[in-house]
Ligand binder design. Structure first.
Ligand code: GDR
Length: 350
């Protein structure tokens, strides 16, 4: 009798923000966890630094979504029941600079992974990290029936993968594949290039005297920001359903980039006043010092203006709901960055 067979999960993109939270969740649920990791010269696992026991539980397999042979051997070792495809070129701004690489990873890479996975086990359950960016210019609120109007190479590649490999193979070949159409999700482990973390880290540094000012692009874009730790639960829930399907995952509340700056500043006790318009807009502190200004280099060639998710379907069918508010999220990120900045402040002052 094989009484204690643990479920096996393969997570691609395990070193990223969502990889960390999903690993934590699946570990709590008793999974055996395999992580596909791209070889890099520096430590890719820095997000696990404060959680070494969790890191030690991951069975690391080196490979790359751009290389089918590596995927084949990864899958042969992992023999997963569930695959969570979180690996991607995930920076929308960078995708304009590297469109071919973006397409190869975010579209062809998904195809390679699925092809190898199904050869080995046609019954494997597959989660694809799809994105609210696929809605692009579509007016809010957006749900599963809203039209897709992508405006970046990132979103175009993600949409093609969603249509061809997730919806397509599910409908034509009965493949158990789910798309999580996740709206922006953030945390203290968010990469520093994404706008939320850039804001909390920079304002914490400004507060502690380690940085002069923060430069941003478009302040008017609106995003529906949730907590990544809440969102990985929805990923797991999707694969536990009897039938595969696609789900929007969002909070249903959105804010502008300017609102995010203001909320962070409030947490840090920085009293900001905005002046000017367009590229001349600035935020000053009480002494009149400029804290935030615009740098055109952070504008995108084409912008997604207004994302606001309607996650009724996930709430009804999965029984999922977000636990963290916008205010709670900003506070969590600001507190964490302030603590981090204070811990490095002494090095800077030498
Ligand atoms: P996004 O996240 O593109 O929504 O994609 P990001 O945080 O990069 O941008 C959000 C909005 O902020 C505006 N913005 C800036 N963005 C960055 N990065 N840096 C700036 O200085 C800046 N100033 C203004 C942007 O123009 C944009 O409107 C994220 C990624 O995680 C995707 O992988 C994921 O699919 C979606 O969220 C859901």
């Amino acid at each position: 009798m094989v009484g204690h067979n643990k479920k096996r999960a393969l997570i691609t993109g395990i070193t990223g923000q969502d990889g960390y939270y999903l690993t934590k969740l699946l570990d709590e649920k008793g999974y055996e966890i395999f992580g596909l990791v791209r070889r890099t010269s520096n430590n890719p696992f820095s997000r696990f630094d404060k959680d070494i026991p969790l890191y030690k539980k991951i069975k690391i397999l080196y490979g790359n979504l751009r290389d089918s042979d590596s995927l084949k051997s990864t899958l042969e070792t992992a023999r997963p029941d569930e695959i969570y495809n979180l690996a991607a070129l995930s920076d929308v701004g960078i995708s304009f600079i590297c469109p071919s690489e973006t397409l190869d990873i975010n579209y062809n890479g998904v195809g390679r992974l699925i092809e190898e996975a199904r050869k080995l086990n046609p019954k494997v359950k597959f989660y694809q990290a799809s994105t609210s960016e696929m809605f692009g210019r579509t007016n809010p609120p957006q749900n599963e029936s809203s039209p897709f109007q992508p405006v970046s190479p990132y979103a175009e590649a993600k949409l093609k993968a969603h249509q061809d490999f997730i919806v397509g193979l599910r409908e034509k070949e009965n493949f158990f594949a789910c798309s999580g159409i996740l709206f922006n999700h953030e945390s203290p482990k968010r990469g520093e290039n994404f706008v939320t973390r850039k804001i909390t880290l920079s304002l914490a540094k400004i507060k502690e005297g380690l940085q002069d000012y923060l430069e941003l692009g478009n302040l008017d874009a609106r995003r529906d920001w949730g907590f990544a730790g809440d969102y990985v639960e929805a990923m797991w829930m999707m694969l536990q359903q009897e039938k595969p399907n696609d789900y929007v995952v969002s909070t249903g509340v959105n804010h502008s980039i300017r609102d995010f700056v203001n909320e962070t500043a409030k947490n840090l006790g920085l009293n900001l006043k905005w002046e000017g318009t367009g590229t001349d807009e600035v935020a000053k502190d009480e002494t009149g010092k400029i804290i935030v200004k615009i740098n055109k280099k952070f504008y995108r060639p084409s912008e997604v203006d207004d994302l606001l998710g309607d996650s009724t379907k996930a709430r009804k069918i999965l029984g999922w709901k977000p636990k963290t508010t916008f205010e709670g999220l900003v506070k969590m990120m600001t507190d964490s960055d302030l603590e981090y900045v204070r811990s490095i402040a002494s090095d800077y002052k030498i």
